[in-house]
Design a protein around this ligand. Structure first.
Ligand SMILES: [Mg+2]
Length: 266
């Protein structure tokens, strides 16, 4: 049977990092929450009960505890906050993910990380997963908040984070991509909704079934899920009964791609 392909509609794939490229269930997110509560108690003087409530309130109102605290006038640097909250995380819970690495290697498009986390955390997570060299670029807290280190008072430059459209505008500019030809994967409904508003093709990660928000939904980022739900990443594959598509690759090129892909999915 001869295969025909249609080029992929995506020139670039942008991935969120935390709870997208590794599962929430391993416990990193829970540790982050615990550390934020400790930060609020030890550095800002809140009670234990108030700390947990405030963390949730500031996340909803400002996107993160750091953003909320600075907006409220707390003179906390991003470096101090991140080193406290991320510096003591149990990174050994993140194991090398060979299957994810192999999957990423079958994707020929540009691959970029877009995370609200700081660069040190992003690099540590990618290093632990064994996929750091799979990405062309890391767009992180420092990329979307370039002016923050120069601020003379806490509320001078509001902290910018997903899901604000400003964060997406900076990321799209930094990545130099056409949103209409870019696929964006994130586990946050709010981030996916914002990405969609910016014209990106969107994938909601970590859910089942259909979503009103994401164009696509996958339970996790693995080869089986992506191949079933978004085969367009690799270009459409059709057999020779379909007359609508033109031959776009030689059979030998396609065979090589399929065998690599099958090996990953096995
Ligand atoms: Mg996430």
């Amino acid at each position: 049977m001869a295969f025909y392909t249609k080029p992929s509609p995506f020139d670039c794939i942008i991935f969120d990092l935390d709870d997208t490229l590794y599962p929430e269930t391993i416990g990193i997110g829970a540790s982050v929450k615990k550390n934020i509560d400790l930060f609020l108690i030890e550095k800002c003087g809140f009670s234990q009960t108030k700390a947990s409530t405030l963390r949730v309130e500031l996340f909803k109102s400002h996107g993160s505890t750091l953003a909320g605290l600075r907006a409220l006038g707390y003179d906390i640097t991003a470096e101090d906050y991140h080193s406290f909250v991320h510096g003591r995380l149990p990174y050994d819970l993140i194991k090398p993910d060979i299957q994810l690495r192999n999957l990423l290697r079958t994707i020929n498009q540009r691959k970029i990380i877009f995370t609200n986390s700081d660069r040190i955390h992003a690099l540590r997570v990618l290093d632990r997963l064994g996929i750091k060299d799979c990405f062309e670029q890391i767009i992180c807290f420092e990329t979307i908040n370039p002016n923050l280190p120069n601020s003379t008072r806490p509320d001078e430059f509001p902290v910018v984070l997903k899901p604000s459209l400003e964060a997406f505008k900076i990321a799209i500019h930094a990545a130099s991509v056409d949103p209409r030809r870019t696929l964006f994967l994130d586990d946050s409904v709010r981030n996916v909704a914002a990405g969609k508003e910016m014209g990106l093709h969107t994938v909601l990660v970590g859910k089942k079934g259909k979503s009103k928000v994401g164009e696509y939904v996958v339970e996790c980022v693995n080869s089986v899920e992506l191949a079933q739900v978004i085969p367009e990443i690799w270009g459409m594959r059709m057999d020779d009964d379909d007359q609508k598509l033109k031959l776009a690759r030689t059979n030998s090129e396609l065979d090589a791609m399929l065998s690599a892909f099958t090996a990953v999915g096995a």
